[in-house]
Design a binder for this molecule. Structure first.
Ligand SMILES: Cc1cc2nc3c(=O)[nH]c(=O)nc-3n(C[C@H](O)[C@H](O)[C@H](O)COP(=O)(O)OP(=O)(O)OC[C@H]3O[C@@H](n4cnc5c(N)ncnc54)[C@H](O)[C@@H]3O)c2cc1C
Ligand SMILES: NC(=O)c1ccc[n+]([C@@H]2O[C@H](COP(=O)([O-])OP(=O)(O)OC[C@H]3O[C@@H](n4cnc5c(N)ncnc54)[C@H](O)[C@@H]3O)[C@@H](O)[C@H]2O)c1
Ligand code: SF4
Ligand code: FES
Length: 803
């Protein structure tokens, strides 16, 4: 019998986790198709708070990359929404007119942010905080504007506010209730939280009912029903969410607040399931991942025809992800006639703990200032543990341990360490003892603990330390390449060199990777390290690269590609422009756009047209897709500008011609400006030159992206030759010592400017670095040309198009 067709609507956290669970139960059962409205593969929405707070980048929060879908034979349509369901014909129809039949359908459409229905809510500068697009909007606004107002003092609003503070904005939180996070905290904890956040620089407007948002085109202020107002050039609405049920409702499914499901996540229509924030179980739509993942497990077994315990609802626990503040809340935390509270308040150290009991069972807890006991208390709440024989105040002390001592030792094996993923202490200890895990990353790979909000990482580390004893220090202090190995980047490179390893699979085999296929983190990294160590002999492994680098073009949200030909130093000529114009006409390319890096970008190129487009352009690849030198932006300089003291275009073109196609740990951008006015924005590039009287200043480690960083002055040099020599040595040192996917801005902060200077001050070392750089550059071939000439690759990559 052929495979059944399974369609998932919603490529978010709950839906894709349910698919992962299904693959674990029976990977052969279904032909899987996923539709996602967003243009990205499945990413960790939770970590958007951390992206905004500057702790991580959008690029690093992917959970399942494009390769994962390919490897699991899942057809993924991103940027495509399902617009209707015909449960009679068992098909779904998308906004692109695609009709997809299903045997089983899972709806995981998540939630929509609640937008206050007030005048001005549609003004420019008003945003929700739900997805990458919203996060990008806030990041962009913070670069241009100063004043932010966050409406909503719940978890999301406070995490957004902390992020905007980190981005240098002046932030006011507008809250309707008399104290913060009233859905998770009592008044005492809410007020303590406010106190702490005020110390961090946040301002609060409590008991304020927003009336309107005013301004011309863009927001200028928020007004309140009491007649007052607050100025703002950015307004973030974080006033709750509502399950996204429109599709289900229109398709005839039973809905209330969410899509109504039974204990097996079935809706009222046969063969249609709902999971995640869009689903309502026993009157409750959940808004945290832990219950959604529990639902996914039950759904997976049921849909695969295996026996399973029913889903009976979840007790919730939350933690605020704001650094410097420890807040934990779980269960039913408000006392009343039936529920009595035990409270401990330490005014000196700012600690507050409260337990709520119904009869002799703990039903809720609030912790402020010290949340280490959170997981233990949460386990007790979940288990409905009877504490009649325990002195209640003793519950607040970790059993058998002194305050400050790690209490993982005292936890029982069933106690949950990772609340998001429901991973117990016992499961982690088993992974350490039986699977040889020695790092937090490996534990994540083996058990999923710490894969979501990351809040349990310290506990996982404690447990590793406790279980491994003396072996812990050496193994866990270093950062492993990924969860498949305990080896660090340095160790892997050393082993590649010593053992003469020559391909990715061999590295994994010889160095004892825990997974034979590796993961999306280590495969591209190993491919880079191998190429860096053996530039002449290494055969690049296309399958280990990210999709853009495999295709040598940037994939866009509609599945077409963008193509950027090389234009050295941003300088072009009539002949190249004519070729570009002809290609645009011939291939009916819908958008031609000049980029920030002074290049011409052709958008909307069909995958199958890529080789012909390159052939007809007959220009080198601009590598706009690669972890390599992207562009050298130049100002017009002494040739035409009255202020120019140097030949910026000349130096820029020479640099770009020399280093084009160089593989680097992350993208590298350069700029050359011929005077301190810096029209090419040299101070915000990985490497930037600024012309001065008698030479150049060389700035390094600049970044104009998500986390803006001004470059540091590395050297002043007199001639173009010196400039090129230093650039070569600097870039090679970065290539040899940075972690894969580490931008120069992060690398220079990690290793230190002074350290890099010390290395480069040594002429002998500089010569060695430049010699290795020259060897690497000597084997460069233009990838577009190679593909045009290689019929096999051309066919494999571009002609066998999966529809
Ligand atoms: C900034 C932030 C921080 C958070 N922090 C935490 C935290 O610390 N801990 C925690 O437990 N939870 C946290 N959450 C909540 C958590 O992210 C959500 O509970 C979880 O993402 C919900 O998963 P889901 O799959 O149900 O919905 P989503 O992740 O929203 O996925 C639904 C997807 O379906 C797509 N979709 C909708 N309709 C269609 C359609 N018709 N066709 C195709 N695609 C469609 C949507 O575009 C979306 O991509 C946070 C949320 C945010 C926004
Ligand atoms: N750390 C975490 O666990 C975390 C972090 C972020 C988001 N989330 C989840 O994301 C979802 C959305 O978070 P949220 O904070 O928006 O939802 P929420 O419902 O928890 O909080 C919304 C807050 O906005 C306030 N509010 C409502 N109307 C208002 C108004 N007119 N003016 C001012 N304040 C108003 C409410 O009093 C409430 O405190 C939730 O499911 C939440 O659990 C969780
Ligand atoms: S950086 Fe100086 S030299 Fe270059 S264009 Fe601007 S003003 Fe002219
Ligand atoms: S508690 Fe959130 S990832 Fe473990």
């Amino acid at each position: 019998m052929g495979k059944k067709k399974l369609v998932l609507v919603g490529n978010g956290m709950a839906g894709v986790r349910a698919i992962e669970e299904i693959l674990k139960v029976n990977e052969e059962k279904f032909d899987i198709t996923i539709f996602g409205s967003e243009p990205h593969p499945n990413y960790n929405r939770i970590l958007l708070s951390k992206v905004l707070q500057g702790d991580t980048d959008v690029e690093d929060i992917t959970i399942n990359d494009w390769a994962w879908y390919e490897e699991n034979n899942i057809t993924l349509y991103t940027g495509e929404s399902v617009s209707s369901i015909d449960s009679g014909k068992k098909v779904v129809v998308t906004d692109k007119g695609r009709i997809e039949p299903y045997d089983e359908l899972i709806l995981a459409t998540g939630s929509l942010p609640f937008i206050l229905p007030i005048p001005g809510a549609d003004k420019k500068g008003v945003t929700a905080f739900r997805d990458i697009k919203d996060t990008d909007e806030m990041l962009a606004a913070s670069k241009q504007f100063k004043k932010a107002a966050v409406i909503g003092g719940g978890l999301l609003g406070l995490e957004a506010a902390r992020g905007l503070l980190n981005l240098g904005m002046d932030v006011s939180v507008i809250h309707i209730a008399p104290f913060l996070m009233e859905r998770q905290l009592d008044q005492t904890a809410g007020k303590m939280l406010q106190n702490e956040l005020e110390k961090q620089g946040m301002k609060f407007l409590l008991e304020k009912n927003t009336d309107s948002i005013i301004g011309d085109e863009r927001v200028e202020a928020v007004t309140f029903k009491d007649g007052t107002q607050v100025e703002a050039d950015l307004v973030v609405m974080a006033v709750g969410i509502k399950p996204n049920i429109a599709l289900a409702k229109e398709g005839g499914l039973a809905v209330n607040r969410g899509i109504i499901v039974n204990d097996y996540l079935q809706t009222n229509i046969p063969h249609i399931y709902a999971v995640g924030e869009c689903a309502e179980h026993n009157g409750i739509p959940y808004g945290l991942v832990a219950p959604l993942y529990e639902q996914g497990k039950v759904l997976a077994k049921h849909i695969c025809g295996e026996e399973t315990i029913p889903y009976k609802g979840s007790v919730l626990s939350t933690q605020l992800k704001v650094s410097g503040v420890e807040v934990f809340s779980a269960g039913d935390f408000i006392e009343d006639e039936e529920k009595k509270a035990l409270k401990v308040f330490d005014d000196q150290d700012g600690i507050y703990k409260k337990l709520v009991f119904r009869e002799n069972k703990i039903v809720g807890a609030v912790l402020f200032g010290d949340s280490r006991d959170g997981n233990r208390l949460f386990s007790m709440i979940q288990k409905q543990e009877d504490v009649s024989d325990t002195m209640k105040v003793a519950i607040l002390q970790p059993i058998g341990g002194e305050a400050g001592e790690s209490f993982v030792a005292t936890m029982s094996d069933e106690e949950i360490i990772c609340g998001c993923n429901g991973v117990s202490k016992g499961a982690i200890v088993q992974a350490i003892q039986e699977k040889g895990c020695t790092t937090v990353d490996q534990i994540k790979g083996c058990t999923t603990a710490s894969r979501s909000c990351g809040g349990c990482k310290p506990l996982v580390a404690d447990l590793l330390q406790h279980t491994l004893g003396a072996d812990f220090d050496t193994s866990v202090q270093k950062e492993a390449v990924c969860g498949c190995t305990s080896l660090s980047r340095e160790e892997v490179i050393e082993e590649i060199t010593l053992k003469g390893l020559t391909h990715v699979k061999e590295v994994m085999n010889v160095l004892g990777w825990s997974s034979t296929e590796g993961c999306s983190k280590c495969r591209p990294a190993l491919n880079y390290y191998l190429g860096m160590v053996n530039p002449v002999t290494y055969q690049d492994e296309r399958e280990s690269r990210f999709v853009n680098e495999r295709m040598h073009a940037n994939i866009q949200k509609d599945g077409t590609y963008s193509v950027v030909p090389r234009m050295y130093g941003g300088v072009t000529n009539a002949n190249d422009l004519r070729k570009i114009a002809d290609v645009v006409d011939k291939f009916e390319i819908p958008l031609v756009k000049v980029t920030g890096g002074q290049r011409i970008d052709l958008f909307g190129v069909k995958k199958e047209d890529l080789p012909s487009v390159w052939e007809e352009l007959d220009m080198p690849s601009g590598f706009a897709y690669g972890k390599s030198l992207r562009t050298v932006k130049t100002c017009v300089g002494e040739q035409f500008c009255r202020f120019g003291t140097q030949d910026s275009m000349g130096l820029g073109i020479t640099l770009e011609k020399k280093f084009e196609g160089l593989q680097t740990p992350h993208k590298v951008k350069m700029a050359v400006s011929a005077c301190p006015r810096s029209c090419a924005e040299s101070g915000f590039k990985d490497i930037g030159f600024i012309g001065i009287d008698g030479g150049w200043e060389l700035y390094v480690g600049g970044n104009g992206g998500t986390h803006v960083r001004g470059g540091d002055l590395l050297y002043k040099v007199k001639t173009d030759e010196e400039a090129i020599e230093i650039t070569g040595a600097y870039l090679q040192y970065y290539r040899e010592t940075a972690n894969y996917l580490e931008r120069t801005s992060a690398w220079i902060e990690r290793v230190g400017l002074e350290h890099v200077k010390t290395v480069l001050d040594d002429k002998e070392k500089r010569d060695e670095l430049n010699a290795r750089m020259d060897t690497t550059l000597s084997v460069y071939k233009d990838p577009w040309k190679e593909i045009i000439e290689n019929k096999k690759t051309k066919k494999e990559l571009f002609e066998l198009v999966k529809s």
